[in-house]
Ligand binder design. Structure first.
Ligand SMILES: Cc1cc2nc3c(=O)[nH]c(=O)nc-3n(C[C@H](O)[C@H](O)[C@H](O)COP(=O)(O)OP(=O)(O)OC[C@H]3O[C@@H](n4cnc5c(N)ncnc54)[C@H](O)[C@@H]3O)c2cc1C
Length: 235
């Protein structure tokens, strides 16, 4: 891989979303271009170690500032550093990158289907807000978001609000360990039944390896080809 140059970034804000997830606002020292779905790589330095982690961009707040959403891993190396960072702390980060992005002019007759668990939903915030608010896309878009409990449903207020005002956007949140009035169980059963007749669709999958692997196999079993599936894997 080519060496890439890292820019200076400063933490300019952070908010706790639930017991183990935080939104972080980082300001670059120069304007950046974020294509919805892309991520940045942050470099972490300790007294005896240096390592990098990738984070999807949820939103671009202004030309220099991006919003990230990160969940805390108890035995993780990077997340404890991020979670104890204070406003004003400096890091280094790559420019936004990655090819987990939307088609330039999405076909309104092709259903855009996004499937996520946990923080895998983060790039879909950027994609869905861009499709509906910027591109005024009129084709069908469905987000399947699987979590254990209601508290883990990140960005739910934003997705519910978009679903209320855009009848081409369908938000299906499903909980596997909670008794609520909405859809229940793992995310897979829901898209498997909705797409059993194989309508024209482009699938986007994002999250940890097991979920992405299972979803990819399921979608192929419905008769879709690998060209109709795009995936971003977190490990
Ligand atoms: C392109 C890309 C975008 C990403 N975007 C985000 C993002 O927006 N938000 C975010 O929180 N993370 C994101 N990640 C993951 C992130 O880069 C880190 O890997 C993660 O936060 C753990 O880092 P850590 O150093 O705290 O833990 P590590 O020191 O890396 O240890 C965590 C260990 O636990 C495993 N692990 C952790 N959580 C899970 C899980 N839920 N399921 C299965 N295995 C797990 C990992 O494989 C690893 O072995 C992204 C990863 C990639 C590649």
């Amino acid at each position: 891989m080519l060496e890439q140059s890292f820019k200076d970034i400063v933490l300019v804000g952070h908010t706790l979303l639930n017991a183990r997830t935080k939104v972080f606002l980082f300001e670059f020292d120069c304007p950046v271009v974020v294509i919805p779905g892309q991520f940045i790589i942050i470099e972490f330095k300790t007294s005896n170690d240096s390592f990098q982690r990738s984070y999807s961009v949820a939103r671009q707040i202004n030309p220099k500032t991006v919003e990230l959403c990160v969940s805390f891993k108890h035995n993780g190396k990077a997340s404890p550093i991020l979670f104890s960072a204070q406003v004003g702390d400096a890091f280094k980060a790559s420019m936004p990158q990655g090819r987990f992005t939307l088609p330039e002019s999405p076909d309104p007759n092709c259903h855009l289907v996004m499937i996520a668990t946990g923080t895998g939903v983060v790039p879909f915030v950027a994609m869905i807000e861009h499709l509906l608010n910027v591109q005024k896309h009129k084709g069908p878009i469905t987000l399947y978001f699987g979590c254990r409990t209601e508290a883990e449903l990140l960005y739910s207020d934003a997705f519910n609000a978009l679903a209320k005002t855009h009848n081409n956007f369908n938000y299906i949140a499903t909980l596997s360990q909670s008794d609520w009035s909405g859809p229940k169980g793992y995310v897979h059963a829901h898209y498997l039944s909705d797409f059993a007749n194989r309508p024209k669709a482009l699938f986007y999958l994002c999250g940890w390896q097991n979920m992405v692997k299972e979803a990819r196999e399921n979608i192929k079993s419905l008769g879709y080809s690998r060209l109709e599936i795009k995936a971003e894997q977190y490990d």
